[in-house]
Design a protein around this ligand. Structure first.
Ligand SMILES: *Cc1c(COP(=O)(O)O)cnc(C)c1O
Length: 459
């Protein structure tokens, strides 16, 4: 399996190369040359596997053994999910008339651990083989930062710089990042929004002299390995719910950067029987507006109780758009240029029609989010975090929808308490985080400030 860019300007590269490249060198995003197909017999066989063994099968389809030997890849996968504190890694539980796919049993209690534990192990393996250093730069709306830091803390040959919007992540999220004092971890609070941070990261990657001099690596979901790891739990949840039958299922996915739901789209393209992917946004609704109107145009970012989805420009959306435009890189490029120059673009009715019937999209208000947390607690005695509640609300009471629970409620204790009157129990891994010493730099939200800071640290 080789990887190409959505914008058509990269000669096919191996999986390892794609992982190290992060953002494609032509400014696009990397995708597999072909989407592997999985037949029903294989699906049934897979439905009996443990999460880690299923991950070996799914991920194995996207990595050539002469790139990473099968035995090495299997070890990387086993180590990556051994750090989860649930035997099923991503258990599926029945809550009322729906299923909840719990993705928050990793070290930082958010779904991003699924991909970032894997990515940390991959980086280490690839660096050990090829030598050299990797300097990771990422922007976080809250959860990616700590999950990425936990993925690479203390690892040899890796430095990590994480930008977070100053004062716009929850206190626990902030401390989960800034209390990690390993020498290779550098937290930067920027005086701006997540979108500012993401734009700075993109600019650093597009400065090819800087990127090559410092071997920049990406941990945002622009990195293909993150999407790949997330594809696994769609297959896993399907198997858990179906127990050997071949039923079609519907997933509801709270989304911001279109990463998680894009993994679901890939699973669908591979042959997983998915009826609908319900795209659930908070009031930062650029994605739900696109799926309902065909126009993609950023508004201003409004802070919400689901801060990890306070995003207006969804970097992964480009991957989906590429498929929606029938893999026409030229057309895609012109739309992305229009986005840069005019702040938005529209697709034709015909193109929009192709998003149906798979995608349904809904923007969920703050009141609806709180009401969903409250209702599920009262009726089903289950505590949702606000992100997961956005997905549950968008599923709109429909039976048997698999709702992705993307964070542990204790990470967003205040919002949960406001909705239910109860403070969620704090798991052991979070205890102590609030009073441990921290380290963080505060910088203006500019490309120059961040670049100069990195140059100073790296010498
Ligand atoms: C990152 C995040 C999301 C959004 O995921 P995307 O891949 O950006 O769509 C949702 N919920 C939580 C808790 C997150 O951390």
């Amino acid at each position: 399996m080789r990887y190409i860019s959505t914008r058509g300007g990269v000669a096919p590269v191996t999986f390892s190369k794609a992982v190290m490249m992060g953002l494609a060198t032509d400014g696009g995003l990397l995708l597999p040359e072909k989407i592997p197909a999985v037949d029903n017999a294989t699906l049934n066989k897979w439905s009996k596997l443990s999460f880690a063994n299923l991950a070996k099968e799914v991920i194995g389809l996207f990595v050539e053994p002469r790139d990473i030997a099968k035995a090495d890849l299997d070890t990387i996968i086993e180590n990556s999910f051994a750090s989860f504190n649930h035997p099923d890694v991503t258990p599926v539980v029945k809550v009322g008339n729906r299923y909840v796919l719990e993705l928050f049993h990793g070290p930082t209690l958010a779904f991003k651990d699924v991909a970032l534990q894997f990515l940390g192990n991959l980086f280490e393996h690839i660096l050990a083989k090829q030598g050299g250093q990797l300097n990771i730069i990422g922007a976080t709306s809250g959860d990616t930062g700590s999950a990425a830091i936990y993925g690479v803390r203390g690892r040899k040959g890796i430095q990590i710089f994480i930008l977070h919007p100053n004062g716009r992540v929850s206190p626990i999220q902030e401390r989960q990042m800034t209390t990690v004092l390993d020498d290779n971890v550098h937290n930067i609070a920027i005086k701006g929004t997540f979108d500012d941070g993401q734009a700075i990261v993109k600019q650093l990657f597009n400065d090819l002299d800087f990127k090559n001099k410092y071997q920049l690596g990406a941990v945002n979901s622009i990195n293909w390995a993150r999407i790949l790891a997330q594809i696994v739990y769609y297959f896993y949840a399907w198997g858990q719910v179906n127990k050997g039958t071949n039923k079609t299922v519907t997933f509801s996915v709270p989304t911001g950067n279109f990463g998680d739901i894009f993994a679901g789209y890939m699973a669908h393209r591979m042959g997983l029987p998915i009826e609908n992917l319900i795209l659930a946004t908070n009031r930062n609704d650029i994605l739900s507006r696109f799926f309902n109107t065909g126009t993609y145009r950023a508004g201003t970012v409004a802070p919400t109780i689901s801060p990890s989805m306070d995003i207006q420009i969804s970097s992964n959306f480009e991957r989906y758009l590429y498929y929606l435009l029938d893999e026409d890189s030229a057309k895609l490029k012109s739309l992305m240029e229009q986005l840069d120059s005019d702040g938005g673009f529209s697709v034709t009715e015909d193109v929009l029609a192709k998003t149906k019937p798979l995608f349904l999209a809904k923007a969920v208000s703050e009141e609806e989010t709180s009401a969903a947390i409250k209702a599920v607690f009262k009726q089903d005695n289950y505590i949702l975090d606000p992100h997961s509640a956005v997905g549950v609300c968008a599923a709109n009471g429909r039976s048997d929808v698999i709702c992705l629970a993307t964070a542990h409620p204790a990470k967003f204790g205040q919002a949960v308490e406001d909705a239910t009157g109860r403070t969620p129990d704090v798991p052991a891994v979070l205890q102590g985080v609030m009073d441990s010493p921290t380290r963080c730099m505060l910088l203006p939200a500019t490309f120059e400030a961040v670049r100069d800071c990195m140059q100073k640290v790296l010498g």
